[in-house]
Design a binder for this molecule. Structure first.
Ligand code: BEZ
Length: 227
């Protein structure tokens, strides 16, 4: 890999770091282990949209567990603030938030992951330093970045969509397929363009050719998702 390559591009190894989190000290690559990871930042503790987002993520915890996904949040505040805020998140959303949240008051990790807000001049701390935007990184067990997203501070994310991408990536890693627009787990997939018709006949019996470059298949044993 050339040294000037953006280390946050799809296909790059997620930069390693050490951090204090609400669940203790971590080394990020050790934390990933053999799991998939969703690393996501939000602007700040005790803010309204973030409070709803973290409640949604906490409620989705069983869906992440089913998919071997570890979730880890980050905001540019300290541990004590995070711990107090988690009490509010649990109360307001009637959840029991279990995933770690990184304390990044000095913005070391948010700088490493290019999460700081240079657009919204109201998304600043008391000293006028930018808070984080709503970044998402999906990282696979090889520590490779598979998805990046950046949402503005004012827009809460759709975490069902993030789970949908995990499903697509995990299925695509196991089968030579891609997934169409608005696809959901259990629906028809697309035969990967690199698969010949001869291979497709073996891999995807009964596949349907709409155009030579657009062939649909049903994967045996895929269960409709319970999102
Ligand atoms: C919020 O979470 O509501 C929020 C945070 C920072 C800027 C704007 C909105």
């Amino acid at each position: 890999m050339s040294s000037d390559r953006n280390p946050l591009r799809l296909g790059s190894i997620a930069p390693d770091f050490e951090a204090e989190t609400t669940k203790g000290h971590i080394k990020f690559h050790d934390f990933i282990g053999n799991s998939w990871v969703i690393l996501f930042s939000h602007p700040a503790d005790f803010t309204p949209v973030c409070t709803t987002e973290l409640g949604v993520v906490a409620r989705l915890q069983p869906k992440f567990d089913e998919r071997n996904v570890k979730v880890i949040g980050l905001s540019a505040n300290g541990l004590e603030s995070h711990q107090e805020w988690i009490k509010d998140i649990n109360e307001v959303n009637d959840v029991d938030l279990k995933f770690p949240i990184i304390a990044d008051a000095d913005r070391k990790i948010s700088t490493l992951y290019d999460m700081l807000d240079y657009q919204d001049l109201t998304n600043l701390d008391a000293k006028g330093i930018p808070f984080t935007v709503r970044s998402v990184f999906i990282i696979d067990p090889k520590k490779t970045i598979r998805l990046t997203l950046s949402y503005p501070a004012s827009t809460g994310r759709n975490f069902d969509e993030i789970l949908r991408v995990v499903d697509s990536l995990q299925l695509g890693d196991k089968n030579r397929i891609t997934t169409p627009a608005n696809w959901k787990h259990g629906e028809k997939v697309i035969v990967h363009p690199s698969v010949t018709n001869e291979e497709a006949a073996t891999l995807f019996p009964g596949f349907k050719t709409v155009k030579p470059y657009l062939r649909f298949a049903t994967l045996p044993g895929t269960q409709p998702a319970t999102i």
